[in-house]
Design a protein around this ligand. Structure first.
Ligand code: PGA
Length: 244
């Protein structure tokens, strides 16, 4: 695992945004895997700024987001689709037909998960997967459990994950969905390259577990140790528990 530590989250985001801009130039049809959450907000802000300066052309790129809530329409506040629209898609020149998303409103959610896997396959697989990490070590919505699921699947959300998403629903826990669809661990690990961003002190403990702990389903991100091309982009607080 390569680890890069930055003084603050803005510098970490700027470094990754510049790298993505270079990749967009070198490989215009790149397939990006993208996360939602608070962590990537500065990344998307930097990408939009680069795009406005003519330095990030998304016109031929494809994106696949990691996850989506079940039962929240894509245009509605709270949906990850809407989050992505506001943070990135509406602000850059991505072709809407190149935006791939799980549909949490599908009648048959299992079939929807299969469709997503096939779509990733048809796009040639994910070239660069960007990840955030939950304080409990989850990636996407692959929550700590006795067993993890390989492919895109339905998930019952754990309370910490529901709580950390409550702000998307006006802080009203009753409105936070109890179920989501998520790429599975194998879907994520099959990306050619993975960059995990973690910022803030609240991530320090799980980041240390991911880097120095054993590979365990109790810390799903620890499976990234098995991937040949993983980079951790950290700010100083998130790196503060790393034993050297
Ligand atoms: P956060 O969420 O960026 O809002 O901390 C990350 C995650 O839960 O994957």
């Amino acid at each position: 695992m390569n680890i890069s530590i930055f003084d603050n989250e803005k510098l970490a985001a700027a470094a990754l945004a510049r790298r993505i801009a270079v990749r967009l130039k070198d490989q215009p049809r790149i397939v990006l895997g993208l996360p939602t959450g608070r962590t990537p907000v500065p990344l998307y802000r930097e990408l939009v700024a680069l795009h406005k300066r003519g330095e990030a052309d998304f016109s031929r790129a494809h994106t696949f987001n990691l996850d989506e809530f079940v039962g929240v329409p894509p245009g509605q506040p709270g949906s990850y689709r809407r989050f992505m629209q506001e943070q990135l898609f509406a602000c850059v020149n991505i072709d809407p037909s190149h935006i791939h998303f799980l549909n949490g409103m599908a009648d048959d959610l299992d079939a929807e998960c299969d469709r997503y896997e096939q779509e990733i396959h048809r796009a040639g697989g994910i070239d660069l997967q960007v990840l955030g990490i939950g304080t409990n070590g989850h990636i996407g919505f692959n929550e700590p459990a006795r067993e993890l699921i390989a492919r895109t699947h339905r998930v019952q959300l754990l309370e910490p994950s529901r709580k950390s998403n409550a702000s998307l629903f006006g802080g009203d826990m009753d409105r936070v969905p109890r179920e989501a669809l998520s790429m599975g661990m194998a879907t994520i690990l099959q990306a050619r390259e993975v960059v995990l961003m973690a910022t803030g002190k609240s991530k320090a403990r799980c980041v240390n577990g991911v880097v120095n702990g054993g590979i365990t389903t109790r810390v799903p991100a620890s499976f990234l140790q098995l991937h040949p091309r993983v980079e951790l982009l950290l700010d100083t607080p998130a790196a503060s528990s790393l034993s050297s």
